[in-house]
Write a protein that binds this ligand. Structure first.
Ligand SMILES: NC(=O)c1ccc[n+]([C@@H]2O[C@H](COP(=O)([O-])OP(=O)(O)OC[C@H]3O[C@@H](n4cnc5c(N)ncnc54)[C@H](O)[C@@H]3O)[C@@H](O)[C@H]2O)c1
Ligand SMILES: O=C[C@H](O)CS(=O)(=O)O
Length: 461
């Protein structure tokens, strides 16, 4: 059990310095948060969607007003370049504005009854108290992507952010309270993930768990949720294939591959993890890709012009090194690689060629700035290889042929397919994966369905 007043140090991955400390909460704090959320739910769920929408819009305005402050907090605790952090704050805020409106469209329906003296009325009601557990790689967006639809539908939320990046979450919640959202409606609990999640899993008042993180932890939470049959949303790991057909526009493909691969230093669930290039254009693509990647600047995300910040921790660096060493041992060749002076958590963008599917980087999520390039000969071959994964989150396809785009994308077993687009994520679309990449969707009108129960009234006249 967590002792009173124990703290967690928050460090800047670019410098290693401790920038702040937060309470290392545990079961006590987890239960207290549910107490407050359950109490708050009684009133919050009874407000009209228009009253909740107005408060969400005030929160949106405050997040917008404090964009620079929030972005700086994020860069300092997570490492991503300031321009990316600013982009994430805007992306995170877009979920608040989207669901401020979507809540007004929680429509019901009437269904013609068999009996003439009966009426059937269907409605959608908030599930109640929801618990969100979120990762370090997107400290703002992974929270608002859950909390915005939850609050809009009338739910209240308790959130455990990753211990590496709690400061953005805490500041976001302060702005929510400043906007007039009642204190109990949204709470952040920092600390022991095991103690806190176990307390929420055991608590019957928590009716929904929304988790974003690794597939391994997601499976564990899925098992634990069975005891009280909690509703589940799981946004898990990915291993995105990026396919460049022989007829692709090379410039588009290179730009899309760089955007997908090196965002957040490769630490996103939708990063291209495997790059399949038709054998007829491999040399042309690899040359152009290397030229673009070699221009990326590695450094402290607070520095002007930095494109790739540090990785989150030492184990992340070790994993990327392992994937590279394994590939080289199995015959890969280094086209560009980590030639940077910096040490510690910085890792330069790396490109490997002559890659084969036996290499670990072609099977496991690298979560770093490594781009393995392999070649293929036919559509049938590349679809089969691209689908040969337990993951099914994002995939990318570059082609100038419409028939190829439609035929291949329909065969790809992935929840998100970027066609000539390396950055498909947006608040209005249903983000989520097939297979072991998760359950449910976040974003769009699908995203609010995760936070409601469907009920029907059968009225005997
Ligand atoms: N599908 C998506 O939308 C999405 C988005 C971001 C990250 N991810 C995935 O998340 C992973 C990287 O994030 P991460 O390292 O924070 O993942 P993680 O699974 O280690 O941690 C995620 C969250 O779960 C908590 N946690 C860890 N172990 C736990 C346990 N046993 N019980 C309860 N909670 C626990 C952590 O403290 C953190 O808050 C990658 O696999 C990435 O693909 C997926
Ligand atoms: O890392 C996972 C995030 O969901 C990526 S995105 O910002 O939604 O594209």
């Amino acid at each position: 059990m967590t002792k009173n007043n124990e703290v967690i140090e928050v460090t800047n991955p670019a410098t290693g310095e401790v920038v702040d400390t937060v309470l290392k909460g545990g079961k006590k704090e987890a239960v207290e948060a549910v107490d407050k959320a359950y109490q708050a739910f009684q009133d919050w769920s009874k407000q009209s969607v228009y009253e909740r929408s107005a408060l969400l819009n005030k929160w949106y305005a405050l997040v917008e007003e404090h964009e620079a402050e929030l972005a700086r907090i994020m860069t300092i605790e997570q490492g991503k370049p300031l321009k990316e952090a600013t982009g994430e704050i805007r992306y995170a805020n877009s979920f608040i504005s989207w669901y401020a409106e979507e809540g007004k469209r929680l429509y019901g329906e009437t269904i013609p009854a068999t009996a003439s003296d009966k009426r059937i009325v269907v409605s959608r009601q908030p599930v109640g108290v929801i618990a969100a557990i979120t990762p370090w790689n997107f400290p703002a967006a992974m929270i608002t992507r859950k909390v915005a639809p939850a609050l809009a539908s009338g739910c209240t939320a308790v959130v455990k952010p990753a211990s590496a990046t709690p400061l953005t979450a805490i500041r976001l919640r302060e702005l929510a309270v400043e906007a007039g959202i009642p204190e109990g409606v949204l709470q952040i609990v920092t600390g022991s993930s095991g103690e806190i999640s176990d307390a929420w899993m055991a608590d019957e008042r928590v009716r929904k768990i929304s988790f974003t993180g690794s597939t391994e932890v997601g499976k564990s939470l899925m098992q634990k949720s069975a005891k009280t049959v909690k509703k589940l949303s799981l946004e898990l790991g990915g291993h995105a294939p990026l396919i460049v057909m022989g007829d692709a526009d090379i410039e588009k493909a290179v730009s899309g591959a760089v955007a997908s691969k090196y965002r957040n230093a490769g630490q996103t669930c939708v990063c291209a993890n495997r790059i399949y290039v038709h054998e007829s254009i491999e040399q042309e693509f690899a040359k152009a890709f290397k030229e673009k990647v070699a221009q990326l600047k590695v450094g402290d995300g607070l520095e002007e012009g930095v494109d790739i910040g540090p990785l989150i921790d030492k184990s992340a660096v070790e994993k990327v090194k392992h994937h590279i060493e394994d590939a080289l041992d199995k015959g890969a060749e280094k086209l560009l690689g980590n030639e940077i002076e910096k040490e510690d958590l910085f890792f330069g963008p790396t490109i490997l060629t002559n890659v084969n599917d036996e290499m670990v980087c072609m099977q496991e999520e690298t979560f770093g700035p490594l781009a393995p390039i392999t070649t293929f000969q036919t559509k049938e071959e590349v679809v089969k290889r691209a689908n040969n994964s337990p993951y099914g989150l994002a995939a990318y396809l570059f082609t100038e042929n419409l028939t190829t785009a439609i035929e291949v994308s329909e065969q790809l077993e992935y929840g998100i397919v970027g066609i000539n687009d390396g950055a498909p994520s947006t608040a209005q679309a249903p983000f989520g994966g097939f297979k072991e990449s998760g359950l449910g969707r976040e974003g769009g009108h699908h995203g609010i369905d995760e936070y409601v129960e469907v009920k029907y009234l059968s009225i005997q006249l």
